[in-house]
Design a binder for this molecule. Sequence first.
Ligand code: ADP
Ligand code: ZN
Length: 435
Amino acid sequence: MENRYWNPTMETMPREQLRAVQDERLRDVVRRVYENVPFYRHKMQQLGITPGDIHGVCDIEKLPFTEKHDLRDNYPFDMFAVPRSEIVRIHASSGTTGKPTVAGYTSGDIDRWAELMARAMYCANVGKNDIVQVAYGYGLFTGGLGAHYGAERVGASVIPISGGNTVRQLMIMEDFGSTALCCTPSYALNLAEALEKEGISLDRLKLKSGIFGAEPWTEDMRKHIEEKLGIDALNVYGLSEVMGPGVAMECMCKNGMHVWEDHFLPEIIGEDGKGLSYGQQGDLTFTTLTKHGMPLLRYRTHDLCTLTDEPCDCGRTHVRMGRVMGRTDDMLIIRGVNVFPSQIEHALMQVEGVAPQYQIVVDRQGILDTIEVQVELNPSMMSDTIKDMETLERKLVNSLASHALINAHVKLCQPGTLPRSEGKANRVTDKRKLK
Ligand code: ADP
Ligand code: ZN
C-alpha cells in the first residue's frame, strides 16, 4: 500500500489552499482563546490587540508566545478554553522538574487526535490487516493511548501491552504475529537486544514497521534498529501540551516528519524571538488550530530543529521537520562547548565494536567540567586483548572530539551492564547540579 493516504484531500492539499484553511482556523482559535481563557485575553490586551487584528497566518507574529511556565502558573485547569464538563480526558507530562503540565481534551479533540495518528499509521503502511503492539506507556503519558486510538481508527488489531515486561513483549510479538511496533526508540533497541539474548530469530516474527518517538534519536540508531528488527523504523513526534504523538510523522521517504499543518501551525523561532526561515535551526513553536479543550498560541517547545517546505516524494504537501537534536534544556555545556546527547550518540555509532548503549556522566573538578562517556562493548569484542581495547577507546575519544567537539573520557563497559530503558531513556547524569 505504497503512498496510500488516510486523508488524501488534506494530506495532499496544494499549499495555497492549505494556507487558506490555516488562516480561517487561526482566526477561529484566536477568538476562542480570547473569549474563554483569561490568560490569553490578558496577554492580548497587554499587547494591545484583539481577535479582529488577526486576519490570518501573516499576522502570527502579533500574537504572544506561550511558555511551559505559563502552563504551570495556570495549573491545573486554567488554560482550558471550555467548561470542565466538556473535557473528556486529562493527560499530563511526567513533571520530574516540578508541577507537571496538564492537557485537557474534548471528545472532538480525541477524535482529531485519532485521525492524525491514523494518518501516521498509514505513513508507516499500517492498516486494517496489521497487528499493532503498542509498547508506549499507557497512562497520563500520551504515548500509549495516542498510538492506540490511531491504530484502532485504521482498523488494525491493537495489542495494548504498554511498556516494560520485555520477555513477555517478545512472547506476544511472536505468538500474536505483531506486524507493527510502537514505542520509544530506546525501548525498541532494548527489545531488539532481548530478542538476540532469547535466541529468537527474525524469521519467527512478522514485524515490518516501527513507529518510534517521544525522545531524540539519530539516523545511525535508525539503521541499527532496522537491521536488528528487520523493519522500517519511522520517526513520530509529539508533545502532551500540543496533543501527544502524531503532531508530525515521517513517511516512507524517511526524510523528516510531516507536520499536520491543517491542525498545527509550526514556526521556528531564533534566539532573539524572531521567526526564522525554512532550513534554519531554532526553537520549534506551535499554534494549535483545531484544539478546543486547551488551544495554545505559539507554544515554545524548546525542541531544536529545522523545517522544510520542499516537496516530498510521497506526495504529501505538509512541511517536514528534521530530527529534533534535543530540547534546549537537555543541552550540556562542557567547558563552554554546547553538546547534545544525540551528537554523542552519533559520534559513538561511527565506531565499530561498541553497542549503542551509553551513559553520559558530567562532573566538575575544581573549576573544570569533566565528561565521561560510558559505552558498552559489543559481545563479539569480549575475547579481544587489552591492546585492542585501548585502540577502541582511542577511536571513541577521537570520534567524540571530531563529531561532538568534546574532550571526553571514555569508559568501556561489559555488555549488558548499563541501565536499559522501557520508556524515555535517561542517558545523562549531571553531577554538577548536585554540588
Ligand atoms: P515530557 O517529556 O515533558 O514529560 P512529553 O511526553 O509530552 O512530555 O514529551 C514531549 C517531548 O518529547 C517533546 O517536546 C520532545 O522534546 C520529545 N520528543 C517527542 N517526540 C520526539 C522525537 N520524535 N524526536 C525527538 N524528541 C521527541
Ligand atoms: Zn513524505
